[in-house]
Design a protein around this ligand. Sequence first.
Ligand code: SAM
Length: 227
Amino acid sequence: MTDHQPRVPVRTFKPRRRRMSTTRASAFERLLPRHGLEVEGDHIDFAGRFGADTAVTIEIGSGAGEAALEMSRLHPDRHHIAIDVHTPGIARLLAEVERLDQTNLSVVHGDALEFLRRVPDESVTEFHLWFPDPWPKVRQAPRRLVQRANLECFARLLVPGGTIRLATDIDEYAAFARQECAQVSTLRWVTVERAHDRPITRFERKGLDAGRQVTDVEMVRVDVAAS
Ligand SMILES: C[S@@+](CC[C@H](N)C(=O)[O-])C[C@H]1O[C@@H](n2cnc3c(N)ncnc32)[C@H](O)[C@@H]1O
């Protein structure tokens, strides 16, 4: 593993065990092979699979899948890959993909940092990180999704000019992310207005109800010589 590989051994998620109804569990088993991509395997040929001119976006931590569905509806010219370890959320998203026949949305059930080993360099137009788990204690910092080693990996997988889009309602997380981004020479940090294509997700709703402010950021891949 090189310095630019994602840090898989440190998990960025907490395992959540929640039982699914038998109907949902059997739909999950039936639909995952149809709409899913395997976590492990060879590099994926995005152009061959989704079309030569199709931009690919990857959402890490899609939760219940609201943003993934909205993004793929609003951007039919792109292929969207939504990843989460949370089985009921993925089951719900699979059911919606099937119901809406959303052919430009693929689902990955598993650790995104493992899946990214299948993603070729310079092949992703956007990463979407909506309300990543904050891991607020200092000793938990190695578990944060947004940290230098992972940002270096995302930057390498982005096309030049591509973007890592982050939204968080935890001010300390935004400050930490900014520091980590500053250590990656190929990324430039830009605070932005909330974009029209980002729907309010379940975790954002919780934060808003608790009175928290949301920070939206784009970390743009820049040419090293120009940075
Ligand atoms: C705080 S929730 C936010 C969910 C959703 N984006 C929202 O705004 O409602 C963070 C999600 O990220 C997922 N997650 C964290 N690390 C992950 C990883 N390495 N691979 C896949 N999913 C991950 C968790 O399982 C969880 O569902």
